[in-house]
Design a protein around this ligand. Structure first.
Ligand code: SF4
Ligand code: SF4
Length: 160
């Protein structure tokens, strides 16, 4: 499988070891990211990086695996319950002590993260997926958010 290097800028400690080992200069890029057009996928930078900031990723990502309608329906049911929990927690916010407020905010955040994961699992968090595209098409029929949906439709091409 052919790969190229990807640098996680949050982990990079900028000691520049990857710049010394790269045979093509791909790691020395003004943007801070590795220049994919120059990377030959040798993996030397990933091995040299003391911060494990570089990952080798496939040039071609595997196809999205289809999920059955039943499974997506179940994922949506769980997400709906999490949304209800968030609404209940938000309703409690003004009625509790500062310490309890911290706990409730943490619970709200945790529920939001779970909902994001559920949406990702249901293929709605991959912007270029046909499902996200279909969702945007539906949203573009809503006058309140039509502008945003249309802009996203213009920018994101469908890619299976
Ligand atoms: S070797 Fe790793 S930590 Fe050092 S500059 Fe390169 S990516 Fe950043
Ligand atoms: S994988 Fe090889 S060519 Fe690509 S950036 Fe790293 S050292 Fe350079």
């Amino acid at each position: 499988m052919t790969t190229h290097a990807y640098r996680n800028l949050k982990l990079c400690t900028k000691d520049c070891l990857c710049l010394f080992v790269c045979p093509t200069g791909a790691t020395n890029n003004e943007t801070g990211q590795i220049d994919f057009s120059k990377c030959i996928g040798c993996g030397a930078c990933a091995k040299a990086c003391p911060s494990r900031a570089i990952t080798m990723i496939p040039n071609t990502m595997p196809k999205i695996q289809p999920k059955s309608k039943e499974m997506v329906d179940e994922l949506f049911k769980i997400a709906d319950n999490k949304i209800k929990e968030i609404q209940i927690l938000k309703g409690l916010l003004n009625t509790v002590s500062p310490e309890e407020t911290k706990l409730i905010k943490a619970l709200i955040h945790s529920n939001q993260v779970i909902i994001e994961d559920l949406m990702r699992e249901s293929e709605f968090m991959i912007p270029e997926s046909p499902k996200s595209h279909g969702l945007l098409v539906r949203l573009s029929k809503n006058p309140e958010i039509k502008n945003i949906a249309d802009k996203l439709l213009e920018k994101i091409e469908v890619n299976e």
